[in-house]
Design a protein around this ligand. Sequence first.
Ligand code: HEM
Length: 239
Amino acid sequence: MGARITSPSMESAPMNRAAALYRSAIFKKAIMAITGMVLFGFVLSHMTGNLKIFQGAEKINHYSEFLREFGQPVLPYKGFLWIMRLGLIGAAVLHIWSAIALTLDNRRARPKNYELRRPVQMDYASRTMRYSGFIVAGYIVYHLLHLTSGQAHPDFVHGDVYSNLIIAFQNPLVAAIYVVVNILLSFHLYHGLWSMFQSLGIDHPAVKGLRRPFAATFAVVICLGFIAIPISIVTGLIQ
Ligand code: HEM
């Protein structure tokens, strides 16, 4: 009597939709974490490679040439570099796509009174990620024109990484831009690493407490390694 008839498919439809949404959020977070790892790997190796400047002109210029010649004769000159570049571009595009998609999903799923309940700390972290992400992306465009193709450099010589760096950072404004952006990048790395641990489910009690110190140490080491170069040049430590 008066019983409502619902088909099993009607009942499970919202469940299916929720499961699909959940799955796709996991997919996007996985993409963000994997591409983040690729970009971390690049940043770490780029930072250590750049430190060769402290060993002198020959070492750093030789390192740059080594990257161009690597893989020859199986690969053409710069072949390896181009494979790396395409991989990096792909990782950066997917990283940005997943960041935008997750932000839009969160916004859509947010209840009306979400602003009242949303922790202030979370707002701060995601805002910092967005702004530092935009700034780092803009910086990379300038950085490529400055130190890779040379259009934004006052006296660029292809292959002479050492003198390109010395001339670039003798300008205090340019040195300051690099220092500020690299500090911002370290905030991005810190929060990104920490949330990557969460996305990958690294929350075993044995390691849970180490996630923040690890992320902070990694970010500080990367930051110091990068900013040591403009600071050493602008202060005349390297000439
Ligand atoms: C003070 C900090 C930095 C210095 C001194 C520096 C220096 C350089 C130099 C000298 C090159 C040209 C290398 C060559 O021609 O062999 C280069 C290329 C590049 N840098 Fe940096 N870099 C810094 C920070 C960064 C950061 C933070 C990123 C990314 C988040 C980055 C991304 C790149 C990329 C994508 C290239 C192009 C590599 C290629 O395709 O040849 N750099 N950098």
